[in-house]
Design a protein. Structure first.
Length: 155
C-alpha cells in the first residue's frame, strides 16, 4: 500500500477538521458575546421601539395591523376565503386601548421576550458549535494517530 497517499489523506482530514473547528470556535465566541452582552448584538432599530411607551405607540401606529395588534386585544385578521381584496369584513370585536401603565407592562414584557428569545437562540447555537468542535476534535485525533502510525511503519 502507498503510505504517502494515506499520510496525505490523514493530514488532509486533520486540516479540514481544524478548519471546521476554527470556524465553529469563532461562531461559538460570537454567540457567547450574544449571551453576555445582548445589547451589542440585537438590532438597535428593534430595541429603539421599546425605549419608551411613546416610541412603542408610534411604532405600532406607523406599521402594519400585525404590529398594531400588540397594543390591542384583537389578533390580526387574515383575508378570509370568499372575500376579495378591499372588501369590508365586520367583526364583533372592538379594540380596547390600554392605559399608560398597561402599555408599560406590555412594553416591558415584549422587551423581556426579545432578550429571552435572543439568549435562547444564542445558547442553542453555542450547543451546536460545541458539538461541531467535539466531532472535529475526534476526527482530528483519529486521523492524526493514523498519520503518526503510518509514519512509524514507513521508516
Amino acid at each position: 500500500m502507498d503510505h504517502g497517499r494515506l499520510q496525505t489523506y490523514a493530514l488532509s482530514i486533520c486540516f479540514l477538521s481544524l478548519l471546521c473547528g476554527s470556524i465553529a470556535a469563532g461562531l461559538f465566541l460570537i454567540n457567547v458575546v450574544k449571551v453576555l452582552v445582548p445589547d451589542s448584538t440585537i438590532n438597535p432599530h428593534l430595541l429603539a421601539k421599546y425605549k419608551s411607551n411613546e416610541r412603542l405607540r408610534k411604532y405600532n401606529t406607523d406599521h402594519s395591523a400585525v404590529a398594531q395588534s400588540a397594543l390591542t386585544n384583537i389578533p390580526p385578521i387574515a383575508q378570509p376565503m370568499g372575500f376579495a381584496e378591499g372588501d369590508t369584513v365586520i367583526t364583533s370585536q372592538q379594540p380596547i386601548h390600554f392605559s399608560d401603565k398597561e402599555i408599560e407592562v406590555i412594553r416591558l414584557k415584549q422587551l423581556e421576550a426579545l432578550y429571552s428569545n435572543h439568549k435562547f437562540l444564542a445558547i442553542q447555537k453555542i450547543i451546536f458549535n460545541v458539538i461541531i468542535m467535539l466531532i472535529g476534535s475526534i476526527i482530528f485525533v483519529i486521523h492524526w494517530r493514523m498519520m503518526k502510525r503510518i509514519g512509524n511503519i514507513s521508516t
